[in-house]
Design a protein around this ligand. Structure first.
Ligand code: SME
Length: 188
């Protein structure tokens, strides 16, 4: 499925004050895993040199939104210490707060396991933010100390849109996002 999707290629970091320019590039991939390999590289380039969580989350969501076919929502819910609160996303306006353990997102956050839902109507407690969603994948985001950051949620209007390749690919993408938040200077 993923051969030849147009995505932007970014050259980062962008020095302050310089004109930011990106050139549309296509991911020419023969397989879904090769497609994700390329998207992971693009995410790395896009987030490189920036640690701001909102900025990186916004650009990450935009990158995935323009790269992946057959999705109607992708974005973040961040853990505020009590519950999940919606963060940067692409798609229709979404529910703002989700309790841990509730819906697909709350389940991913509570169990810290990726939720791959082939049919949202068959998932007990699924929260229908967008009535078009038929399948969904949610990846928990946990920092290097094991603390919950939030979740990354992608919805599709197609049933069974996501498979094991998507699970591996989304987890690899999320690892790039989580890593971008770290203070590498201090961590070294
Ligand atoms: N469907 C999610 C809620 C978030 S929206 O899809 C954006 C859930 O059940 O947790």
């Amino acid at each position: 499925m993923p051969a030849g999707f147009a995505v932007a290629r970014y050259n980062a970091p962008f020095p302050q004050g310089e004109t930011i320019m990106f050139v549309a590039a296509r991911i020419e991939a023969g397989s879904k895993s090769a497609f994700y390999d390329e998207l992971v590289q693009q995410a790395r380039g896009l987030l490189h040199g920036e640690r701001d969580r909102i900025a990186n989350a916004a650009n990450f969501a935009a990158l995935v939104w323009h790269a992946l076919p057959d999705i109607n929502w992708c974005g973040f819910y961040f853990f505020d210490g009590r519950e999940l609160v919606v963060g940067p996303f692409q798609g229709k306006p979404a529910c703002v707060r989700i309790a841990l353990g509730r819906g697909v997102c709350g389940t991913a956050a509570q169990t810290r396991a990726t939720q791959l839902v082939e049919d949202v109507d068959a998932f007990p407690g699924h929260i229908a933010c967008d009535g078009d969603s038929r399948s969904e994948i949610v990846v928990p985001l946990v920092d290097e100390r094991g603390a919950l950051i939030g979740v990354w949620d992608v919805d599709s209007p197609k049933r069974a849109r996501f498979d094991e390749d998507d699970r591996r690919g989304m987890q690899a993408l999320c690892a790039v996002f989580v890593d971008s938040l770290r203070d590498h200077a201090q961590a070294a």
